[in-house]
Write a protein that binds this ligand. Structure first.
Ligand code: 5GP
Length: 192
């Protein structure tokens, strides 16, 4: 996706050769035009798969996921990273290790909003080790829901997430694929 690649090159910054900061348009500031394009692209790619719900993890997945849900004409369900006093329903939880924060969190969703009838599309901002996506898979397995695709805004191909999800049989579609962040420089997979 041209606009995404352009913004990554113009305003992305590299942290420790493994982490890309994209705070100006995806993780802190959010570019609505870009989110609209992303949502359209994912909706086109994952059309005709009987998807009835888009899911994501708070908070950086929400902007691209809500636009995807809008274009598919289905609701969005946001998985939480912790319980709160307002979550009173019966909950499904699993422990996930955060690659960027290097801490564990409790991926949490209410049973009220996820059932065995659901056929979901998982959207996230980044794919690195695949821990977050595998956490989502464990939650879906607990209710018997199906996952028909994974849409990722930025994938780092030098980390194992995509390969692991592929081995589990999932179709992963990434809009930007980064082969390397060495020497503080972004190299896209298609560049090499
Ligand atoms: P994974 O579970 O695949 O290791 O990492 C996925 C999550 O970690 C994403 O939801 C994202 O929040 C965060 N993440 C992983 N790598 C990066 C990165 O390079 N930059 C940013 N901003 N977030 C990342």
């Amino acid at each position: 996706m041209e606009l995404l690649h352009k913004l990554i090159l113009e305003s992305g910054t590299v942290l420790e050769e493994k982490v890309l900061r994209v705070d100006s348009f995806l993780n802190h500031g959010v570019d609505p035009n870009l989110m609209m394009e992303i949502g359209k692209e994912f909706a086109e790619y994952f059309a005709n798969r009987g998807i009835n719900k888009v899911i994501t993890i708070e908070s950086s997945g929400i902007a691209p996921a809500v636009m995807t849900a809008y274009h598919l004409g289905v609701p969005l369900l946001v998985f939480k990273k912790q319980t709160s006093r307002t979550l009173k329903d019966s909950l499904i939880q699993t422990t996930v290790h955060s690659f960027t924060k290097d801490v564990d969190y409790q991926l949490t969703v209410s049973r009220k909003y996820l059932t065995s009838q659901d056929n979901v599309l998982f959207i996230d901002d980044f794919l690195a080790t695949g821990e977050a996506a595998l956490g989502v898979v464990r939650v879906l397995e607990q209710v018997g829901a199906k996952m028909s695709g994974v849409g990722i805004v930025v994938e780092k191909t030098f980390q194992p997430g995509h390969e692991i999800l592929k081995q589990h049989g999932y179709d992963v579609y990434s809009l930007a694929r980064i082969q390397s962040l060495a020497n503080n420089r972004v190299t896209f997979a298609s560049d090499v």
